[in-house]
Design a protein around this ligand. Structure first.
Ligand SMILES: [Zn+2]
Ligand SMILES: [Zn+2]
Length: 157
């Protein structure tokens, strides 16, 4: 969708090479470290920082003269065909995924805009509030966040 008129995103992000960019106009409705086996297998990481946003608050922002699908590709998980996982055709990095059932975009914390020291900008807005799907973790995490069987609030680990 197009950016709300006259507004500036509170968060920005991109793929590794910077070809694909996006902006976000409201705080996340979910921010958590996800230990589910889908995230592990899709990212080849033990767990990821995932953030969910309402569709209306997420906007692709690469140059508009570029036809979207010339730089962007997507994968539909056959087990979850309502989910599209978008990736950059140049560097191959996944930048966001869209869930047609919930009308939400997900992005990953590591893809958000960084400051000069590598810190993620607006960390107070995006920092995780929980560890979700902790039962399938690949390593223990010793921090103060709640650990949950599924999504936050679903049954404490
Ligand atoms: Zn890229
Ligand atoms: Zn997950």
């Amino acid at each position: 969708m197009d950016a709300p008129a006259g507004s500036t995103p509170i968060l920005k992000g991109s793929c590794f090479c910077g070809t694909i960019t996006f902006g976000i106009f409201a705080p996340p409705i979910l921010s958590a470290y996800c230990h589910c086996t889908n995230c592990q297998r899709l990212t080849a990481c033990p767990f990821i920082h995932t953030l969910h946003f309402k569709e209306r608050d997420f906007v692709w922002t690469w140059p508009r003269e570029e036809p979207a699908m010339s730089v962007l590709d997507y994968y539909e998980n056959p087990l979850k065909p309502y989910k599209r996982r978008f990736r950059c055709k140049k560097c191959g990095v996944a930048v966001a995924s869209y869930n047609a059932n919930t009308g939400q975009y997900s992005v990953w914390g590591a893809g958000l805009e960084r400051g000069p020291d590598g810190e993620i900008l607006n960390w107070e807005v995006v920092k995780p509030t929980a560890h979700q799907f902790y039962g399938t973790r690949m390593l223990d995490v010793n921090d103060d966040l709640g650990k949950w069987e599924g999504y936050e609030g679903s049954g404490r680990w």
